[in-house]
Design a binder for this molecule. Structure first.
Ligand SMILES: NC(=O)c1ccc[n+]([C@@H]2O[C@H](COP(=O)([O-])OP(=O)(O)OC[C@H]3O[C@@H](n4cnc5c(N)ncnc54)[C@H](O)[C@@H]3O)[C@@H](O)[C@H]2O)c1
Ligand SMILES: N[C@@H](CCC(=O)N[C@@H](CSCO)C(=O)NCC(=O)O)C(=O)O
Ligand SMILES: [Zn+2]
Ligand SMILES: [Zn+2]
Length: 361
């Protein structure tokens, strides 16, 4: 490879400050060190978590940084000692990464790795979630790339970097929904719709979708949602609406909204399980009466749907190739890296699930 061992200058979207438009810059991407992999990112999508950190609400968010964590690309070069992947391999970066050496990794308080491989004119730019995929090239730890079927279309399987596995895994791995169960989903974005897809495949009898964006309702039917509730149509609390609709409550509920979502939702039958997926700002807390837990209700959370990234992302890619899971249906928009600020606007306008960015012209 002509570029192996060299610093690569390429385009990336830099977040200098919370909420300020991202700036497309020429960034210098250092070569991978021992145990690291440099990846040419071909496609990246935007996840709500990128918007969350960009908003400044993420207590672990560091600026300036390069956001992005739902992507796919090709290994450009590898550092010393890397044996699991080689140049040319098709990969999906996995955000559960750590170098185990920097103060962030050693702190035990964060999964953000502070060992940056990006700079602009010598000034370091922070990594995000160990992936920073809003860049044409990125450097990740070798434990943070899943090698996938080279036949798989990277503009599609990039979505397996976060949202789709998170929703499917929340149902299959975390809640373990059984046939006949009644499921409620708060938030019908990509994560919530993947929960619906997972619940349908698990044999749920009713899948009740809750969202304030009416544009989500039609599309949600294609993912298995059987009933819709818009909280804006009711005067009573949404928990009560669901209890009334279900003669006492649902068996499983999934919180897929995040900030100011329905984190307090726990009003269902004695065996009911509530799974928290959405992320929320520091200072936002969830609480409930101890009685709710005493009487058998279960409150859980999940990161990346409980999937082991490197071993199970390739398995999910294979499931997509066999048409056993959806991916194409989650992409509502396609833009380029240069249009990334428009992509963030779309995310907030409603009607948008995933916007996939083409990284190279
Ligand atoms: N735990 C994890 O591993 C993990 C992984 C991916 C995403 N997330 C988080 O999950 C959440 C969902 O992510 P996404 O990418 O699907 O987001 P999204 O923005 O695409 O979807 C959120 C949905 O919630 C709806 N919504 C907003 N406020 C609402 C309210 N008050 N009541 C009902 N619906 C409401 C929106 O209309 C939208 O359809 C975010 O908080 C994201 O950061 C967590
Ligand atoms: N820094 C945030 C943490 C946000 C969070 O919970 N991230 C999820 C992934 S979201 C993907 O879209 C996660 O995997 N967390 C596990 C971890 O951080 O170790 C905050 O503090 O709110
Ligand atoms: Zn995400
Ligand atoms: Zn580190």
């Amino acid at each position: 490879m002509a570029t192996a061992g060299e610093v690569i200058t390429c385009k990336a979207a830099v977040a200098y400050e919370p909420n300020k438009p991202l700036v497309i810059e020429d960034v210098q991407v250092a070569p991978p060190q021992a145990g690291e992999v440099r990846v040419k990112i071909l496609f990246t999508a935007l996840c709500h978590t990128d918007a969350y950190t960009w908003s400044g609400k993420d207590p672990e968010g560091l600026f300036p940084c390069i956001l992005g964590h739902e992507a796919a690309g090709i290994v450009e070069s590898v550092g010393e000692g890397v044996t699991e992947v080689q140049p040319g391999d098709h990969v999906i970066p996995c955000y559960q990464a750590e170098c185990k050496e920097c103060k962030f990794c050693k702190s035990g308080k964060t999964n953000l790795c502070g060992k940056s491989r990006f700079s602009i004119n010598g000034k370091p730019i922070y990594h995000f979630m160990g992936t920073s995929t809003f860049s044409q090239y990125t450097v990740v730890h070798d434990v943070s790339v899943a090698k996938v079927d080279p036949q798989a279309p990277l503009d599609k399987v990039c979505l397996l970097g976060c949202g789709v596995p998170t929703g499917l895994g929340a149902v299959w791995n975390t809640a373990k929904v059984e046939p006949g169960a009644i499921v409620a989903i708060f938030g019908l974005g990509t994560v919530g719709l993947a929960v619906a897809e997972g619940a349908k495949s698990a044999g749920a009898s009713r899948i009740i979708g809750v969202d304030i964006d009416n544009k989500k309702f039609d599309i949600a039917k294609n993912f298995g949602v059987t009933e819709f509730v818009n909280p804006k149509d009711y005067d009573k609390p949404i928990q009560q609406v669901l209890v009334d609709l279900t003669d006492g409550g649902v068996d499983y509920s999934f919180e897929c909204i995040g900030n100011e979502g329905c984190f307090g939702m726990l009003n269902f039958q004695g065996w009911g399980t509530s799974v928290i997926i959405g992320v929320a700002a520091s200072g936002q807390e969830i609480s409930t009466r101890p009685f709710q837990l005493v009487t058998g209700r279960v409150w859980k959370g999940t990161a990346f749907g409980g999937f082991k990234s490197r071993s199970q992302v390739p398995w999910l890619v294979d499931k997509y190739m066999k048409k056993e899971i959806k991916i194409d249906e989650y992409t509502t928009h396609n833009l380029t890296l240069g249009e990334i600020n428009k992509a963030f606007d779309l995310m907030h306008e409603g009607g948008c699930l995933r916007c996939v960015l083409k990284m190279h012209e």
